[in-house]
Design a protein around this ligand. Structure first.
Ligand SMILES: [Ca+2]
Length: 203
């Protein structure tokens, strides 16, 4: 998925395609990478392809593509911390103390993981969930994480919460096509967009 061009070129391309969106295919290729300083990291599939895991909650490390799942009755942050052995910073983007918490977390000793977004199968953050996190301290400051397909989570999300300064844009079709919802820090009921999201931007 990596393109043989500089980060600056990639940023320019991305900005251009965002403004004009003249070429969906081009945008898809460009957006399939995470822009992070001089690095471009492929953002991999969201969850394992296993039907029995549709009833579970799952997570993806967007830096590595590593995924894991757990019983959806369990606490999301605790389960990710247990699986990774690393503290997970999960300050809601739209919480009153978010800016202060974000500063504090960036001063903390690494390693830390930062939750980007959790989406839920049901409204009001109910049912199985899918979460995305990164270990990059910059989180969504100038970085956009773009997920071209929600895979097992295609057409399932009915509520979501973004964290650590990220806002989410949900797209009706894979590769960021069709109608969109957001950018927004959270929603407890996507209304007419329930069970539609097939791709994501976290920015
Ligand atoms: Ca869809």
């Amino acid at each position: 998925m990596l393109l043989p061009c500089t980060t600056a070129e990639r940023l320019n391309d991305r900005m251009n395609t965002r403004k004009a969106q003249p070429n969906r295919a081009l945008r898809g290729v460009l957006s399939a990478t995470v822009l992070l300083g001089a690095l471009a990291v492929p953002l991999l599939a969201a969850t394992p392809a296993n039907a029995e895991e549709l009833s579970q909650s799952c997570w993806t490390n967007v830096d590595t593509g590593e995924t894991g799942c757990f019983d959806s009755s369990l606490d999301i942050v605790e389960q990710i911390e247990l699986a990774t052995g690393v503290p997970l910073v999960a300050t809601k983007t739209d919480s009153p103390n978010a800016p202060l918490a974000a500063r504090a977390s960036k001063l903390a000793d690494p390693p830390l993981n930062f939750l980007l977004m959790t989406g839920w199968d049901g409204t009001n953050q109910s049912g199985p969930s899918v979460s995305f996190f990164t270990s990059a301290v910059g989180v969504c400051s100038g970085i956009t994480y773009s997920l071209q397909s929600l895979n097992e989570w295609n057409d399932r999300i009915e509520s979501f919460q973004a964290f650590n300064g990220c806002d989410a844009i949900l797209y009706e079709d894979e590769f960021w096509g069709g109608d969109s919802f957001g950018p927004a820090a959270s929603s407890n009921n996507l209304g007419t967009f329930n069970n539609k999201a097939s791709a994501l931007d976290l920015e």
